[in-house]
Design a protein around this ligand. Structure first.
Ligand code: GLY
Length: 359
């Protein structure tokens, strides 16, 4: 291996790859961070930033343990990142209010809350006055509502900006526009090559290319077949409202609303299996706008000032793909699907400890 080679190469500079990179650099490793586009430019840029096991998890499975552990780690992760980068991160443990419009929805919410409580996801039923006090902008009747005090939100664009700054300060080499095409494994090293034939070598590498992870060929050592990564597109829309119009996250089924401290308010979402189609579909935007207006009638006269789409990093796997590839020098960190922003701290902690041998 050339003497100037890094100790570790991270393939993919979304929130997962960049968080692993930062942790490794803080542990004293020389790290190169690669991305086909820009740091945090894909799913991490598009994500709303709900840190919400209450909205996503309802069974005892691998997602649950990781989500709860990462939720506990978030305040320290944000504080350390802010301190090291000087970038202020919009993070609030604001809780979430889940709304039912009719008795059937209310029964479903009640059963779900009862399933979640023993799993470690607390919630409390809300009456009309609780709802009015916590979400004054919700000026319509609900058949029922539950408050999830543990749910939080963060602006993922602040996080990736902070990760870039903190990583640069820790001497990470960041290469943007470097599209990895092939990973060649030997017993004690990794070679990563891009589509132009440029190659980098290191003692370890992490494949964290989100929905694109399966587009990179892996050869050299025979490994069990790696779980297939694929994109699940989601649209979001944005409104510019007065700050503090909305305190907690507001949810009804797959419709959600959350507000940044600036007042920018995000409505989601859609779940589309359309490959890497980047177009913003006016019909899907209209559907989200209609559902958001139903959830919060105060939005009905408001202009949609932004509409965008991103690719959730899904995988054919029962949980996120977060492990060493057999006994090779390659670690896998993809397939975080709807929970990538939430699972960044726990994934970074576990993978970096394995690589540095402190697990
Ligand atoms: N976690 C929210 C979403 O995937 O839309």
């Amino acid at each position: 291996m050339p003497s100037h080679s890094p100790d570790a190469i991270i393939i993919g500079a979304g929130i997962i790859g960049a968080s692993i990179c930062w942790k490794l650099a803080r542990a004293g490793l020389r790290v190169t961070l690669l991305d086909a586009g820009t740091v945090g430019g894909e799913a991490s840029w598009a994500g709303a930033g709900m840190l919400a096991p209450g909205g996503e998890v309802e069974t005892r499975d691998i997602w649950l343990d990781l989500a709860l552990e990462s939720q506990r780690m978030y305040p320290a992760y944000v504080a350390e990142l802010e301190a090291e980068s000087g970038v202020s991160i919009d993070y609030r443990r604001c809780g979430a209010v889940e709304i039912a419009f009719d008795d059937t929805e209310c029964q479903a919410l009640t059963s779900r809350a009862a399933l979640q409580r023993p799993l470690g996801i607390p919630s409390q039923p809300m009456d009309r006055s609780d709802l009015h006090r916590m979400v004054p902008a919700f000026d319509r009747d609900a058949a029922g509502a539950f408050f999830y005090p543990g749910d939080a939100m963060v602006d993922p664009r602040d996080i990736t900006r902070a990760l870039r700054t903190a990583s640069s300060a820790a001497s990470v080499e960041i290469r943007e526009g470097w599209r990895a095409a092939r990973i060649d494994l030997s017993a004690d090293a990794v070679r990563v090559e891009n589509s132009r034939g440029d190659a980098l070598h290191a003692a370890a590498a992490v494949l964290a290319a989100g929905a694109w992870s399966s587009e990179i060929a892996v050869s050299g050592i025979t490994l069990p077949e790696l779980p297939r990564a694929f994109p699940v597109k989601g649209h979001l829309t944005g409104y510019q409202l007065s700050p503090r119009t909305l305190g907690p996250i507001l949810r009804r089924g797959h419709t959600y609303l959350l507000q940044r401290s600036s007042g920018f308010t995000i409505a989601g979402t859609s779940t589309e299996h359309v490959g890497f189609d980047r177009s913003v579909d006016a019909q899907v935007v209209r559907d989200i706008t209609a559902r958001a207006g139903e959830l919060l009638p105060a939005l009905e006269g408001e202009r949609v000032v932004a509409a965008w789409a991103g690719f959730r990093p899904a995988a054919d796997s029962p949980g996120p793909v977060s492990q060493r590839a057999a006994d090779s020098r390659l670690w896998l960190a993809y397939g975080h699907y709807r929970n990538g922003i939430l699972l960044a701290p726990v994934t970074a902690d576990r993978i970096s400890r394995e690589i540095t041998g402190t697990a």
